[in-house]
Write a protein that binds this ligand. Structure first.
Ligand code: SAH
Ligand code: SF4
Ligand code: F3S
Length: 455
């Protein structure tokens, strides 16, 4: 679909829009460029990627430094105060340096997108006037429409889709209806909607044909996926049947509706990875109820035994929170006890931070900061020790590893990869292209990483 001269003069970027082609010396520098800074969870990573794809279809390309970019996009997170503070600082920095150089005739543009953009809306622009557009997370479900609204209908050049990664995220649901008392996500991402299974399967077949080998299906609570009677296990079976996708992962499973059917579906399909991210948050029933999590610690324990009975080798990971309003030392001890007993492979651990507008924000945030930090540190110490033990117990085992790419560490060359659970592995002394599945023996554990060698 492209035409025009095939060779540009080296180093000259001033070429008019001559429909340059990949491989031309001036191919990239004549195309408008975008710089992304993405905060927050995998959902934000996926949203940034689909916006990048939509931009690439109009001839934009991604650059790795903000200075030269025609457009800077900051994708924001609101989940904790700290996440917002970091995003805000970065936006202020970009705003202060916003490019006004004669070398670039058009002024640089700054877009703030995602969860904090949804939460604060135009208030963000009032405090940082250099922001050109504020685009909330729900709008990002339709990136073409976003670009139409903010860039207009014209194309800036021939489509130049970025090279696919071997492993990609794919949202199958957006939003959340659970309203856990502490959580801002339902407010900034809106109500739950599921993508139609036919659309998911068609899109994933295309990604597999483009070279993607592993996909992580995303939703705030994938277990409540639904499309005309097809639930999440049914969707998984359809995705597992796609040729070329050797591994399928998913995040996040809410314990309140994690079923035996889901776990059996994983057991019956080799392509479904042996990893469940099953956030428990707390070990005390009173706190779980105040959090509106809709399960008890014992119900969570029986879920764990069901999973371990059907999938004994699965990695189970979790999210834990300390310092929820009114949490006593005994109640925190119940969280510690549950974490000790559950033996999570890894965990994300947080100190509670009140979010305006949530149910918990009406409760007094009465746990002093130093107590929250002290509890968090005790929990981290316990979990780090468990992770270390689990990783050390892997030494001597043979694992099927998907290769993500090469890595240099202290002068030594490795391949980076992951087992069928969630364990990161470095493979020594081998070369293989990304996407390869290979078998290697674990020879060492260095805390949070495993080192493997070919058998
Ligand atoms: N949908 C996922 C979690 C999304 S938010 C789920 O339901 O599990 C990721 C994690 O951030 C949560 O599991 C929780 O542990 C933490 N989190 C959410 N709101 C928080 C808050 N106000 N303060 C501290 N941590 C919070
Ligand atoms: Fe937040 Fe709860 Fe929804 Fe997870 S399930 S996104 S913690 S409200
Ligand atoms: Fe994710 Fe943060 Fe939004 S955790 S859904 S990016 S508030």
């Amino acid at each position: 679909m492209t035409s025009g001269p095939s060779a540009g003069k080296a180093g000259l970027c001033a070429a008019p829009r001559l429909r340059p082609q990949r491989g031309d010396m001036n191919y990239f520098c004549s195309m408008p460029s975008v710089y992304f800074q993405t905060f927050g969870c995998q959902m934000n990573t996926a949203d940034s990627n689909s916006l990048l794809h939509a931009l690439a279809n109009r001839g934009w390309h991604e650059v790795s430094s903000p200075e030269a970019a025609a457009l800077i996009i900051v994708n924001t997170c609101s989940v904790r105060e700290h996440a917002e503070a970091r995003a805000r600082a970065r936006i202020a920095e970009f705003a202060a340096k916003k490019r006004r150089s004669a070398r670039y005739p058009d002024p640089q543009r700054l877009w703030v997108i995602g969860c904090m953009a949804e939460r604060l809306g135009e208030r963000l622009r009032e405090s940082i006037p250099a922001i050109d557009a504020v685009i909330g997370a729900p709008e990002l479900a339709d990136p073409e429409a976003v670009l139409m609204r903010h860039l207009g209908g014209h194309e800036d050049g021939p489509a130049a889709p970025p090279e696919p990664e071997v492993s990609e995220f794919f949202p199958v649901m957006r939003g959340c209806n659970n309203f856990c008392a502490y959580c801002i996500v339902p407010f900034v991402r809106g109500p739950e909607t599921s993508v139609k299974a036919d659309r998911i399967v068609a899109a994933l077949k295309a990604r597999a044909a483009a070279g993607v080998r592993e996909v992580t299906l995303l939703g705030q609570n994938v277990n409540s996926y639904g499309d005309n009677g097809l639930g999440f296990p049914g969707l998984l079976r359809r995705v597992a049947a796609i040729d070329g996708l050797s591994r399928i992962r998913f995040l996040t499973s809410h314990p309140k509706d994690c079923t035996e059917e889901l776990i059996s579906t994983i057991a019956e399909n080799a392509g479904l990875c042996r990893h469940l991210h099953l956030p428990v948050q707390a070990g005390s029933d009173r706190i779980l109820s105040l959090m509106n999590r809709k399960y008890t610690a014992d119900r969570y324990r029986s879920l764990l035994s069901m999973i371990r009975r059907i999938l004994p080798d699965a990695d189970i990971t979790t999210d834990l929170m300390v310092g929820f309003p009114s949490e006593t030392e005994e109640e925190f001890a119940a969280t510690l006890a549950l974490a000790r007993e559950a033996r999570f492979t890894t965990a994300f651990m947080f100190a509670y931070s009140a979010r305006e507008g949530t149910a918990a924000a009406k409760l007094e945030d009465d746990i002093p900061r130093d107590v929250k930090i002290e509890r968090l540190n005790r929990l981290i110490a316990l979990q780090t020790a468990t992770t270390r033990e689990i990783y050390e117990s892997m030494v001597g085992q043979t694992k099927e590893i998907m290769v993500y790419g090469p890595l240099k560490k202290r002068g030594e060359s490795f391949l980076r990869g992951q087992d069928r659970g969630c364990k990161r592995i470095l493979i020594r002394g081998l070369e293989a292209p990304p996407g390869t599945l290979l078998t290697a023996r674990i020879v060492r554990s260095s805390g949070m990483t495993l080192i493997a060698e070919r058998k």
